[in-house]
Design a protein around this ligand. Sequence first.
Ligand SMILES: [Zn+2]
Length: 143
Amino acid sequence: MTQVSINERVLDISSGSPKLLGVRCKSCDNHMFPTQKGCPKCAGTDIEPIELGTRGTLWAWTIQGFPPKAPPYLGEVDPAKFEPYGVGYIEIPGQAKIEARLTEADPTKLSAGMDMELVAQPLCTDDDGNEIVTFAFAPVATE
Ligand SMILES: [Zn+2]
């Protein structure tokens, strides 16, 4: 099954490992994700594309317990089949705090400051049989 990014301007999976695409303001070093045309901090427009780090720490989170509004949501919206999932803010060191899905939906398994890593998470299948993947963060296994 071919995997397709939910949005190639946000999530690049072409190399086989997921990468998040953001931008950096050259004037004030503000990092933004997803991509913006201008910098909200200094109103600068001199921005350049960057790849965000794939590891970060969990900062805040909640559990999405019911289907989000669709569209734009592409996943399961039937309340009988919907499975809750975590949503959190991940702090990418030296870059930005970004909002993302979490692979873990059990709040007792999440804690502030825990290490998280980027994964591509299957969301649904399109009409051509491609698997649409979105970005999510998974707790880093500690062994
Ligand atoms: Zn700026």
